[in-house]
Ligand binder design. Sequence first.
Ligand code: SAM
Length: 272
Amino acid sequence: MRFDILTIFPDFFTSILSHGVMRRALVQGQVSVACHDLRDFTHDRHRTVDDRPFGGGEGMVLKPEPITEALESLSLAPKRERDTRRECVVLLSAQGAKFTQAVARELARTERVVLICGRYEGVDERVNELHCDRELSIGDYVLSGGELGAAVIVDATMRLLPGVLGNEASSAFESFGPAHEELHGQFSQEAGAPPLSMHGAGGLLDYPHYTRPAEFRGLAVPDVLAGGNHEQIRRWRRERALEKTLRNRPDLLEKAELSEEDRRFLRQLQQG
Ligand code: SAM
């Protein structure tokens, strides 16, 4: 998979791309990321990328010409003829649709994603109209530029690609994971192996994790996790995921895939 990032601050990405999973995916060639400096697509002495807004008001707006020339240099299909399962041009914007794990899963099925980072008051809207397939926001707050958003999208998307995480199950069974039926049959389990962590899947938040030492500053790891009873561990994890989702993100429960047992447990929690 290839990402192209259009930005006025290409160096912003140097550190982000040189650590952990992201670095490994780049070194192993599963992902490539090219950062394009919008100032390379200007034609004046000052390499001007912005101008004053029509209609007056605060700040400056990123001009459409450098972004358009940068996009043209990438030899993408024109917007109307573009197969967005192969190529997708994304405008980072506080006004965009929310970037979620489901959107990350869609992008991970795309061969090439181009990310346009705004600055100042934003990007001339004609860039959106002429070139962009999606307008995405990483959350309900205003950042000073699209670079952090682009980094979030690259990170969340590339870790879903086959082979990027050592263990395929890691990304399937974590917070916001797909529904069980989507996963059905994808992961086999050897007899006697610890249970697959199917408890954060189906739209809930993940359950809490523990490692050694078994006791730390007076807090012990829950006994059930050391007990080796896979069914009890599965149930404990599921209940903690339900508890955490109810406490921190009750909105997710509306769409989550819940069993009758889950619903009973939630009713008990709600009744205090
Ligand atoms: N005037 C814009 C508004 O009120 O919606 C805010 C512009 S913001 C200061 C500059 C740039 O940061 C935007 O063009 C966009 O690329 C990026 N940005 C800001 N908030 C963002 C968010 N929540 N998600 C993604 N990108 C964001």
